[in-house]
Design a protein around this ligand. Structure first.
Ligand SMILES: Cc1ncc(COP(=O)(O)O)c(C=O)c1O
Length: 390
């Protein structure tokens, strides 16, 4: 019996946009495999290895007992260590029972969004913002509501903007990051308090993405838990702790949601990666090493902030934290995709076009990550100079 081969149409929910930074990374890797020398500024990824204690803990674990599943919510010792981190870093008491270890913060988003929102829920996000928010919402049937941030509001969200969006059409949730990607902008502690209070008053579920905490250059970031015990906090070992590939992060949820997240994680992930959990415990004991890595970002940031304006890239978002510079490139192009393509192929600099972060004005912006090595920043400036002159 012959059967006609038919193309399989993907489900409608899978029709989400690509994460362009990851597409650029793939393209840059291909060029590198062909022998090109690429300066990687496309993905927010530390070039430093994880701290020594982290690597040693993983090696010791491998040499020991089998690496089996842990409890769905993670190792008790890691959950306790994460809870202690809130006392040490922010002076906040967090019950370890409220901590769920996840497969990166990306795994945490899925658990948090499923735990908090039914299909059709409207969730406000910063625009420009982290591309995966919008894409995960698409796959889960949630609606993204844009809160525009730009130079007129210091790239920060205000409680008034949240109220305005909620008045226009009821919001179910707010997902806020500070420091933010791609801008680096930070919310003040006062604005975070006002936003948390607004959300509590209006019944808007508040999720705070704190993945760039630790990576601030002038003032420390405050956790949303200082202002609300109803907030859901998302965090990760990827950025400050230099553990992107270990795929390990965590959530802090209100205690009544712990069991919900546990049930979700049992079936969607079984448990977060065991080896990474064992190793991650040592990350909190590696602050000196991690601060030295951050000093490198600080130097990279200075090099670019000093060098870019002279090349005509003088409109930059605040860069209070994280390791990104978000530059207006409208002097050179109104097609940031083409611009970044040419930058990669002609100058060997991998950068992410603004359209990844902002569907409205991203065609006139570009994001550069300065999480790489200092020599890469100097080389990027040299190559940019030649490229922009043409
Ligand atoms: C704002 C923000 N949240 C979450 C993530 C995801 O990180 P991970 O899944 O590695 O924890 C990223 C990665 O770039 C990010 O920029």
């Amino acid at each position: 019996m012959s059967q006609t081969a038919q193309a399989l149409d993907p489900a409608r929910r899978a029709a989400i946009a690509p994460f362009i930074a990851m597409d650029v990374k793939r393209e840059a890797t291909l060029l590198e495999q062909g022998g090109a020398g690429i300066v990687h500024m496309e993905v927010g990824e530390p070039s430093a290895p994880p701290p020594r204690r982290v690597r040693e803990a993983a090696i010791a674990a491998l040499a020991g007992q089998p690496v089996g599943y842990t409890d769905a919510l993670g190792l008790t010792s890691l959950r306790e260590r994460i809870a202690r981190h809130y006392r040490e870093a922010y002076g906040q008491d967090v019950d370890p029972q409220r901590v769920a270890v996840t497969t990166g913060s990306s795994g945490g988003f899925i658990m948090a969004f499923l735990a908090l929102f039914d299909a059709g829920a409207r969730v406000a996000i910063q625009n420009p913002g982290y591309p995966a928010y919008r894409n995960i919402f698409g796959a889960l049937g949630l609606e993204a509501v844009d809160l525009p941030v730009d130079s007129s509001n210091g790239f920060a969200v205000t409680a008034a903007a949240v109220e305005k969006a909620d008045d226009a059409q009821k919001l179910d949730g707010l997902l806020l990051m500070s420091p933010a990607n791609p801008t680096g902008a930070m919310q003040s502690a006062e604005s975070l308090r006002e936003i948390a209070e607004t959300c509590a008053r209006r019944g808007i579920r508040f999720i705070s993405d704190e993945i760039y905490h630790g990576l601030t250059y002038d003032r420390p970031a405050q956790t949303a838990l200082a202002f609300s015990d109803r907030a859901v906090v998302v965090n990760s070992f990827s950025k400050y702790y230099c553990m992107t590939g270990w795929r390990i992060g965590w959530l802090v949820v209100p205690s009544e949601l712990t069991r919900t997240v546990e049930r979700l994680q049992q079936s969607l992930a079984i448990a977060p990666p065991t080896l990474s959990q064992i190793a991650a415990q040592a990350a909190f004991e590696s602050i000196e090493e991690l601060e030295a890595v951050k000093d490198g970002y600080r130097r990279n940031r200075e090099i670019l902030l000093n060098g870019l304006p002279g090349l005509g890239l003088d409109e930059l978002a605040p860069a209070d934290g994280a390791f990104y510079l978000y530059a207006d490139v409208s002097r050179f192009t109104d097609d940031s995709t083409r611009f970044c393509h040419d930058l990669l192929h002609r100058a060997g600099i991998a950068a992410t076009p603004g359209v990844d972060f902002d569907p409205v004005l991203g065609h006139r912006a570009m994001r550069l990550s300065y999480a790489g090595a200092e020599a890469g920043m100097v080389e990027a400036l040299r190559r940019l100079k030649g490229f922009l002159r043409k």
